[in-house]
Ligand binder design. Structure first.
Ligand code: NAD
Ligand code: UD1
Length: 340
């Protein structure tokens, strides 16, 4: 059985990817400092797959501890590096925390991979690297724009660091995955997104408002140059996203060299209002909302051209939006039950 190290593996996308990897026959080792997650997700993964991944509590910015952990898992054939802080607003307030955590962490992982000769890395990037795109949908060749936040910069710079390391080391290969807007939860309801405090992102705000935890959803702006005036995003089911990581890893393990970059989205954009309506249709629950001013830094519209992932990885988003919204709602209800 091939071993894979997942940094940030107790988090939202990491835990779903751990499930997908285990279901595809890989053995998973999770490295996480639990700064934005708990070990509850390991229990959820075990309930779904029957196997609890090995867990190492570790901070990727601590090089000596990381080296020690890698030395004990030097038989791994690849690393999926999710570990990062991701709150855009906080990154504006605390840029050094974000640059240090996200970039020092990445550099330490790459250093350990080089030392222990682990050849393949998947790096979690983001559609944020496209900024406000001039043409839609965006392909991987759409020019990148200067990032609007330190968080976004860590993705632009992170991609560059990975590319430079692969260019310098012919034994290393990498896949940069640019996620659009991941939403939903595992259909079992055993794992999902666990935002701490008030959510910044739309989907957890919708489910928390639907559950009565938040009184009202504030919709940021209805005067955009889009068909209904609301911002448009490409909402991708987290289980589809997880499957793409397995495909990316298999692509590298089967010998694809160099750096590959893929957009991971559905190829279809939904406006904020369309998503609110789709949530009501899928769950029968109406979410109270009010329209307020635009949020600073919001991109009016972005959705993916994901044909490259389809061609090269044979991966496509499959889960219908209604199922995704139902899984998000199921997870919200389950996590509410756990807290009470
Ligand atoms: P998450 O916060 O749920 O998971 C990230 C995990 O990394 C957490 O468990 C956290 O405890 C851990 N972590 C953070 N810093 C660490 C460090 N220094 N050492 C060890 N562990 C550390 O976030 P997520 O939504 O699962 O995101 C995973 C990755 O995908 C991140 O790199 C994020 O930037 C990227 N991404 C997420 C989205 C999104 O909307 N969720 C969109 C685009 C890109
Ligand atoms: C945001 C980040 C992006 C990051 C991504 C994942 C910004 C500007 N962008 O993307 O860098 O990669 O999260 O973490 O923060 N909305 C509301 N009300 C809400 C919340 C959101 O109307 O309470 C709207 C937003 O205006 C946007 C859409 O919903 O139009 C999606 O927002 P969000 O889920 O925060 O994702 P992004 O802004 O796409």
């Amino acid at each position: 059985m091939q071993n894979i190290i997942i940094t940030g593996g107790t988090g939202y996308i990491g835990s779903h990817t751990a499930v997908a990897l285990q279901e595809s026959g890989f053995k998973v080792v999770v490295f996480d400092n639990l700064s934005n997650s708990t070990t509850d997700s390991l229990y959820g993964i075990e309930r779904i797959t029957g196997t609890r991944p090995e867990f190492v509590q570790i901070d990727c910015t601590d090089l000596s501890a990381l080296r020690d952990a890698f030395s004990r898992h030097s038989d791994a054939v690849g690393v999926i590096h999710f570990a990062a802080l991701k709150a855009v607003g906080e990154s504006v307030q605390r840029p050094l925390l974000y640059y240090r955590n996200n970039l020092v962490g990445l550099m330490n992982v790459l250093l350990c991979m080089t030392e222990f000769e682990i050849p393949s890395i998947v790096f979690s990037s983001s559609a944020t690297v496209y900024g406000v795109p001039e043409t839609l949908p965006v392909t991987e060749d759409t020019p990148l724009q200067p990032a609007t936040s330190p968080y976004g910069q860590t993705k632009v710079i992170g991609e560059t660091i990975v590319r430079d390391c692969v260019a310098a080391n012919p034994k290393m290969r990498a896949t940069l995955l640019r996620y659009f807007n991941p939403i939903g939860a595992h259909p079992s309801g055993f794992i999902g997104e666990n935002p701490s405090g008030i959510p910044n992102n739309l989907m957890p705000y919708i489910t928390q408002t639907a559950a009565g935890i938040r009184p009202i959803l504030r919709v940021f702006g209805n005067d955009y140059d889009t068909p209904d005036g609301f911002c448009i995003r490409d909402y991708i089911d987290v289980n589809d996203l997880a499957a793409a990581h397995v495909a990316a890893l298999n692509n590298m393990l089967s010998g694809t060299d160099g750096v590959s970059t893929f957009n991971l989205g559905t190829g279809r954009g939904y406006s904020v209002m369309e998503l609110i309506d789709a949530f009501r249709d899928a769950t029968g629950v109406s979410v109270p909302y009010e329209i307020v001013a635009r949020r600073d830094g919001d991109v009016p519209a972005i959705w993916a051209d994901a044909t490259s992932a389809a061609k090269v990885l044979n991966w496509r988003a499959k889960v219908p939006l209604s199922n995704t919204l139902q899984s998000a709602w199921r997870w919200q209800i389950n996590s509410g039950e756990k807290k009470s």
